[in-house]
Design a protein around this ligand. Structure first.
Ligand code: SAH
Ligand code: MG
Length: 199
């Protein structure tokens, strides 16, 4: 893996205000991945490939990441970036809306990282529960959304997103098959450990 190229891609993404994973969030995810050595990771929301490339360093040998992105311009850039960094054999991009793609997937994953449209988080969780391996981990980035989710802030134009993020937390917390904690790192990270097989 070309770490210098990865750092350049990160800086470019920051300059272009692409919401890539924050350093402290990545640190937490990296610890989880180090402990798990996952064979298969699913990511919802590729953007320019930064988080997927970071995660790829923690895969078990021959492990793969499937990642979904609907913005074709971002997909094109992600593909170029993944080539530059030299991890193209580890990352497979699905092009399209995750709302349509997820129901067509049947492979199981050890880790699922949700990082796309906030209004769809409850649906993404439902699909993640279907696709996660027993003892897998479901992660959701931006779960506290700049603090809006935990405040009584309701009049914002983003209130639909806030409502759906709250619904995600409710479901992840109340589901008896999940053991969920919400961390205040970065923009908020939900970590749900799967306690048993849901099939
Ligand atoms: N995971 C990336 C950042 C993703 S930003 C990283 O940390 O490096 C969120 C991305 O999700 C955007 O590129 C956006 O186009 C994509 N996205 C949002 N909703 C989506 C959907 N329903 N299906 C597929 N991609 C989606
Ligand atoms: Mg994010």
């Amino acid at each position: 893996m070309d770490k210098i190229a990865l750092e350049q891609i990160k800086q470019k993404a920051i300059n272009e205000h692409i919401p890539i994973i924050m350093d402290d969030t990545l640190e937490v995810v990296a610890k989880i991945l180090t402990n798990m050595q996952p064979k298969r990771i699913l990511e919802i929301g590729t953007a320019v490939g930064y988080s997927a490339m970071c995660f790829s360093a923690y895969l078990e040998k021959d492990g793969v990441i499937d990642t979904i992105e609907r913005d074709e311009i971002k997909v094109k850039e992600a593909k170029e970036n993944i080539k530059k960094v030299g991890v193209e054999e580890k990352i497979n991009i699905y092009i399209g809306d995750a709302v349509e793609i997820l129901p067509t997937l049947n492979n199981k994953y050890d880790v699922i990282f949700i990082d796309a449209a906030k209004g769809k988080y409850p649906f993404f969780l439902e699909q993640a529960i279907r696709l996660i391996n027993p003892n897998g981990v479901i992660l959701a980035d931006n779960i506290l959304y700049k603090g809006y989710v935990m405040s009584d802030y309701n009049k914002h134009k983003q209130r639909t997103a806030v409502r759906n993020l709250r619904e995600y937390i409710q479901e992840a917390t109340n589901n008896p098959n999940l053991e969920t904690e919400i961390l205040e790192v970065g923009d908020g990270l939900a970590i749900s450990k799967v306690k048993m097989c849901n099939q």
